[in-house]
Design a protein around this ligand. Sequence first.
Ligand code: AMP
Ligand code: MG
Length: 492
Amino acid sequence: MNWINRFATLGPEFSAQVLPSPVPEPMWVGRNFELAASLGLPEDWLNSADGLSVFSGNGLLEGMQSIASVYSGHQFGQWAGQLGDGRALSLGEFQSEKAAIEIQLKGAGKTPFSRMGDGRAVLRSSIREYLCSEAMAGLGIPTTRALCLSTSPQKVIREEVETAAIVTRTAPSFIRFGHFEHFANQPSSKGADNLKQLADFTLTHFVRANSNFSDNPYANLLWEVTQSTAKLMAQWQSVGFCHGVMNTDNMSILGLTLDYGPFQFLDGFNPNHICNHSDHTGRYAYGRQPQVAYWNLFCLAQALMPLIETQELAMRALESYKLTFSNAWSEKFLSKLGLAVSDVPEQLESDTQLLNNLLEIMAAEQVDFTAFWRRLSVAVVESSTEASAWRQVADLFLDQAAWQAWQTRYLDRLNQLDVNQCQERMYKVNPKYVLRNHLAESAIQKSKMGDHSEVETLFKLLQSPFDDQAPFDHYANLPPAWASSIEISCSS
Ligand code: AMP
Ligand code: MG
């Protein structure tokens, strides 16, 4: 078969060859047939005992070469030294007619980089990754994609005894900021050679050249990563996604959402919301994500400095973050109001004011983020015929005077526009369904009892988060009271 294992060819300084550790009695929890078809993967992979065996770590297909890569990183703002794929194993890149795609197992046993860990992943966190990566893809947000999820009766010890699971995930590449930091911090001249080799590899296979930095491919690399990261942050913010562990080892060089751990979609809008129970200082709070991404890009820039050489070029590449992020953020959030970014400065300023005032009154009461924007989208179109649609929005606010004052200004603005165009914009950015913590939790509880039907239901639902899916209306309800007591930490 068509396996090209390009990362493995970089040599032993970059990765170790490791076989997956088998598990007893594997079984499917979920299979992403749509992804398999869109990538041009062989049909029998998800439909055969051989496929189940491979994607639970019990064997390799001919041509696969399983490796764990080494990387380092900054965790919670501190240099953490060597980390590496402690429980991820790359099986290589499959070259179909459509694309070359890297395929990884997560939770398939120990590697030389497991440190104190067992190399395993538990069912609950694997379900969360399986569902959320598909939910992000459904939202149109760059992400690694899950191909399938399997489990086994094998026990895994965390705070309590749990069940092992293995997520198979795909991406054009899983190279992280931390891969570059690793070689930049190797003391020897070998480190410098390795760093250059990795940068050249990334440039050759994954990053297009742009004319801004035609003389300096490494500044070009930094610029491209800066651009894609800035855009990714605007997208996360616009759907209320909190990653939870934005360490540099969890940042993709391709601007993909990577490593789903204690993530959360906001319920109530609170810029200070912390979704990771282990994040005591709120370093990775929702409102801080764009700033943290910029900080992480600085770490990457520092790692690339021996190659870029000229500080001014590195700064220019990094500085592009601010404008790209703020433009992308404005574009997304104004779209959420049904507005386009006006090229008349006064209009843009007044629209931005309207938006910021709204975010203030939402934050003051922690108004439900997803429900608000969706109800607003419905109300905008039905305003002439359906007063109750506006009632549904107003019901989300306790401070009715603040809401009505804002609504009056908004309706004045809408009067200048074609509401059908507004709606079209709004329905593309204001999802009806997101993977709220309590929805994932319900699926997890059922799966723990051996019933994976809720995983399947959510998986399908979240593939089309912008569509009304009438039988599933209740999945768009406000979270139940118990949702706020769910605690998700790094332990998974
Ligand atoms: P994370 O916080 O999940 O991004 O993980 C940080 C580092 O710890 C990475 O190098 C992981 O591979 C490693 N790690 C996390 N959990 C385990 C585990 N159960 N066994 C081995 N390594 C792990
Ligand atoms: Mg990680």
